[in-house]
Design a protein around this ligand. Structure first.
Ligand code: PGA
Length: 532
């Protein structure tokens, strides 16, 4: 079975429509096996659009639908007759005489099924069969059952299918309890099959389909016996509901993500010991697992990660195999990455730059952290890529950095550097507004006071701030020259000042650099971790 993994439902619909269109172009009088349900609707819309644009001609195409409820009147809103007319047949030039759907009005279902099977054979057989997949693994209405060696037949729907389909009816009771369906053998006799799966609700069954051996309790696994099947699925169906965890120095943040939807957020305190941290994560994550059908866990942590082993100066991790420890406690696949990388991923998946492919995240805090995303993927390099705070921007007489180098960017552009420089300038200019504000605050400065002094027209504060902007801009220019990102995203406490920071920075930067302040800020890490 080949897999085409799509970003989202729209791409899935586009890919599936492309395969159908190619089939029709290659063999204009081909026989299509058509499916109903919500999944193929986007594909049908794309096909109708292609027909409207003159790209495809259905005049000779013949079709056989997979199934129909039983009993049901053709003119019932929920019959597959109505579905096919509304979603496809009325929008394209297919000859109604060439379309076939099992007759849900028949009073002789056995004869109807035999005749349907005969008509398929007489047509030369299905060239391309389109399938959806039920949450219980059914294809067509072939429900989990001991015997699946069948041709078109009348079948009883399972509780699971009646429940799933009751969303289209006024009530559960209105859903027909039986259906006429092509059998597994009918489906497998198609020359080519495409199976569509979209959304997190299909992730369990997609995992079963891919991982389990052929078995009749997941009827779709029977497709593994066919030589030409393509599973086209979106990321949600492939990966399901994900939990992201961002371990910070003060708090551990949790985010549950389904597709591009954030379902739940929470946070707990960061404990002092490694065991305490693991325990706290396990407690919260296991309680989240009770509410959500979590399929995988991503974790962002400060520090260096090599082969899954984490070493962090800010947290009690030294060659700690976080992946293994958490996997044992959570019973789920766990992926660990650097927290700044996760934040960058969070920005490109959920932030104001989500339409971009390439971004650099610059986080201005105690140091300058960063993450580089190219083609929507984190760049890891061989070793510690993305340590942008340590690019050297002052070669001669550069300030000493704890990393061992001199002149590192974070010694000039971090929030800490801004405060240190402002403190020194205030002490040299005791008549300044800045000094006055510092004295009022028990001789201590913070970022906020610097901006307050700037608001009051303080020349000392302005000189410090101008220099800060100069250094910040220099580093950003270098990053842009190296990576050529679509945008640079700034995060961290200083960026809460918004335009007071952004406007002077933009003035210093060349005009073609897109620069944004993060809207997600400290939430980006957990969201990005979920997407690892
Ligand atoms: P759905 O149904 O596309 O509405 O999810 C698929 C199926 O039950 O086969």
């Amino acid at each position: 079975m080949r897999i085409i993994l799509c970003e989202n439902y729209d791409e899935l619909s586009e890919k599936a429509a492309g395969i159908v269109a190619s089939q029709v172009m290659l063999k204009p009088d081909c026989v299509l096996g058509l499916a109903t349900g919500s999944t193929p609707v986007g594909m049908y819309n794309k096909l109708a659009e292609m027909y409207k644009n003159g790209e495809i001609d259905f005049s000779q195409v013949r079709s056989f639908n997979l199934d129909e409820y039983y009993p049901i009147k053709k003119d019932n809103d929920q019959s597959y007759y109505t579905f096919m007319r509304e979603n496809l047949f009325s929008k394209i030039n297919i000859d109604p005489n060439n379309t076939h759907i099992p007759n849900g009005e028949t009073d002789n279902p056995k004869a109807e099924c035999e005749n349907y099977e005969k008509m398929i054979k007489q047509s030369g057989g299905v060239d391309l069969q389109i399938l959806g997949i039920g949450q219980n693994g059914h294809i067509g209405f072939n429900e989990p059952d001991a015997s699946l060696n069948s041709y078109t037949h009348l079948t009883k729907l399972t509780e699971n299918t009646i429940n799933a389909n009751s969303r289209f009816f006024n009530s559960y009771d209105e859903v027909p309890k039986q259906a006429l369906t092509m059998g597994i053998s009918t489906i497998l006799s198609a020359k080519k099959i495409i199976l569509l799966a979209s959304g997190a609700s299909k992730s369990t069954v997609v995992a079963e389909l891919l991982n389990d051996a052929i078995n009749t309790s997941v009827p779709a696994t029977m497709l593994k016996t066919h030589p030409d099947v393509i599973l086209i699925c979106d990321r949600d169906a492939y990966m399901g509901t994900k939990l992201g965890i961002d371990i910070g120095g003060t708090n551990i943040k949790f985010a549950v993500v389904e597709g591009d939807c954030v379902k739940y957020k929470s946070s707990v305190k960061t404990e002092r010991t490694c065991e305490g941290i693991i325990e706290a994560i396990a407690k919260e994550a296991n309680s989240i697992k009770e509410q959500f059908n979590i399929k995988k866990v991503g974790v962002g942590t400060p520090g260096i990660i090599k082969n899954g082993m984490v070493t962090s100066v800010n947290l009690p991790f030294e060659n700690t195999n976080l992946e293994k420890l958490l996997k044992e406690r959570l019973g789920l696949p766990v992926t660990v990455d650097n927290d700044a990388n996760c934040a960058a991923l969070g920005e490109i998946e959920f932030g104001t730059t989500k339409e971009c492919d390439n971004i650099v995240l610059v986080s201005l805090g105690t140091g300058v952290g960063g993450g580089i995303i190219m083609n929507r993927q984190i760049c890891h390099g061989n070793n510690n890529m993305g340590e942008i705070g340590h690019i050297i921007i002052q070669t001669e007489g550069g300030r000493k950095c704890p990393c061992g180098l001199c002149g590192c960017w974070e010694q000039y552009a971090s929030a800490t550097a801004l405060i240190k420089d402002a403190q020194a300038a205030a002490l040299e200019n005791k008549e300044s507004v800045l000094y006055g504000l510092m004295e009022k605050n028990s001789s201590r400065l913070d970022g906020k006071l610097i901006f307050e002094a700037l608001d009051q027209g303080c020349e000392t504060a302005k000189a410090v701030f101008d220099k800060y902007i100069f250094y910040l801009a220099s580093g950003i220019e270098s990053l842009v020259n190296i990576f050529g990102p679509d945008a640079v995203v700034l995060a961290g406490g200083v960026t809460k000042q918004g335009d007071k920071l952004l406007a002077p920075l933009k003035e210093k930067l060349r005009g073609n650099i897109r620069i944004e302040i993060s809207e997600l800020q400290s939430d980006a890490g957990a969201l990005g971790a979920a997407m690892l």
